[in-house]
Design a protein around this ligand. Structure first.
Ligand code: FAD
Length: 404
């Protein structure tokens, strides 16, 4: 047994970071510190919804059942995935239960953060922004700034530093250096959350295409609709200003022939009405890396930036958290040092996550410039795609030692 408590520092109380903290919070044999840049009342992601895949819930049921129950109790089930054209022609109507063992969920991003953070609050230092990290003779260290006072402090002698600091992770930059640029797919993805209203025709997860231009929407708790719209843009440019205008948004989903379906018409009206609330982004992904540095572990988006086409970013962050907690508990129980957890997690996670990153990129085919959504969606109803989806939804990491 190590003579002192081992020190685990988690940077970022996002999805992966909060779940890992939840899995470790009751251990008396570890010193747990979680640094989170925002304050308790931050609403930066107020305008976003998430669909989280059945695989996240299956993994959480197995590894972190209290977190699974908390998330289910505060969300709506995700049970179907319908794809149509904006003129109303249905191309795919998939019941997730035909491939998965359980449902996924639909939730507001802000609600999910709040639930997960509240459960681990005593371990989280809010308004604590990581501003630097490195390694000295006593192991990894972090420099963090109190965003209220401006004071900077160092935490050194860390046994395991966990980077849960998301897509623009400082720790990922330290670990990978300047070697990597994100890969842009040439697609603008914007998102907006708005009140459903009395005549809303929408409920579970669905998509509507007009050429490669796509609307995606579903209902989330609070009688709100989350809409993520997209259209192709030049891969190397930002989003042209003229494409952010109401007139463009009103035009780009109108079918060339016929009227928009009631659902498409509802969304086209809503995105114009709520255009000033839209968050704009571009689809991008990057390479998979968990554990290239001893004692430093990347998780969630910092380990595997991916496109959200299959709703797998947060979903894989949940799977990561399950494996990380499993590995840390096993090491603590055996009195092993935590410095090699990063290699162990890499060994258990990298192959599956490479599959998910690639599958998510491939499934984006119908959103690229010049795509044919009819042929591309029909391919998604064929056995090859459905077998991959089944593997995605079912082949979750099992607790170490469990029979496969
Ligand atoms: C438009 C869009 C739609 C998406 N839709 C889905 C979806 O439907 N389903 C799905 O599964 N995924 C979706 N995702 C992806 C998903 O949101 C992310 O994959 C997920 O949030 C990653 O979790 P994480 O824990 O790695 O990081 P995050 O949840 O991003 O958390 C990172 C945390 O680190 C904190 N932080 C960052 N930098 C610092 C710092 N320097 N110091 C201290 N703290 C810091 C942040 O404040 C935050 O709390 C979507 C993403 C986008 C952009």
């Amino acid at each position: 047994m190590p003579a002192r408590k081992q020190k685990v520092v988690i940077v970022g109380a996002g999805i992966a970071g909060s779940l890992i903290a939840a899995g470790l919070k009751d251990r008396g044999d570890v010193e747990l510190i979680c640094l989170e840049r925002v304050g308790t009342a931050d609403h930066a992601e107020a305008g976003t919804g998430l669909n989280i895949g059945p695989n996240a819930l299956k993994a959480l049921d197995l590894h972190l059942p209290e977190s699974a129950a908390l998330i289910r109790a505060n969300s709506l089930p995700w049970e179907s995935w319908r794809i149509s054209l904006t003129n109303g022609r249905t191309l795919m109507d998939l019941k997730l239960g035909s491939l998965a063992e359980n449902s996924g969920i639909r939730i507001r991003w802000a609600e999910l953060y709040s639930l997960l953070r509240t459960a681990v609050s005593p371990h989280v230092r809010y308004n604590a922004e990581l501003v630097g990290c490195g390694r000295d003779e006593s192991g990894p260290y972090v420099d963090w700034k109190d965003t209220i006072t401006g004071a900077v402090e160092r935490i050194g002698g860390i046994d395991l530093l966990i980077a849960g600091d998301g897509r623009y992770s400082l720790i990922r930059q330290f670990v990978l250096g300047e070697e990597e640029k994100p890969f842009f797919l040439g697609v603008c993805l914007y998102r907006v959350l708005f009140p459903a209203g009395p005549d809303c025709p929408l409920d579970d997860y669905a998509q509507w295409f007009n050429g490669a231009n796509r609307l995606l929407a579903f209902r989330v708790p609070g009688d709100l609709i989350y809409c993520a719209g997209s259209f192709p843009i030049p891969a190397e440019s930002g989003i042209p200003d003229e494409m952010k205008q109401r007139e463009f948004l009103g035009r780009v989903y109108l079918p060339e022939e016929g009227e928009p379906s009631p659902e498409a018409a509802y969304l086209i009206d809503a995105i114009q009405r709520y255009a000033d609330r839209i968050h704009w982004a571009r689809l991008q992904d990057g390479s998979v890396a968990y554990g290239r540095e001893r004692g430093i572990l990347l998780v969630g988006d910092s380990a595997h930036p991916m496109v959200p086409t299959l709703g797998q970013g947060a979903t894989q962050a949940c799977e990561d958290a399950c494996v990380v907690v499993d590995e840390i508990k096993a090491a603590l129980d055996a009195g092993r040092p935590l410095a090699d957890i990063s290699e162990r997690v890499e060994a258990r996670r990298a192959e599956r996550v490479r599959f998910v990153v690639q599958f998510s990129r491939d499934a984006t085919d119908t959103m690229l410039a010049g795509a044919d959504p009819v042929a591309g969606t029909l391919r998604k109803t064929e056995p090859e795609f459905q077998a991959k989806l089944k593997s995605l939804y079912c082949d979750v990491p099992l607790p170490a030692g469990a029979a496969a």
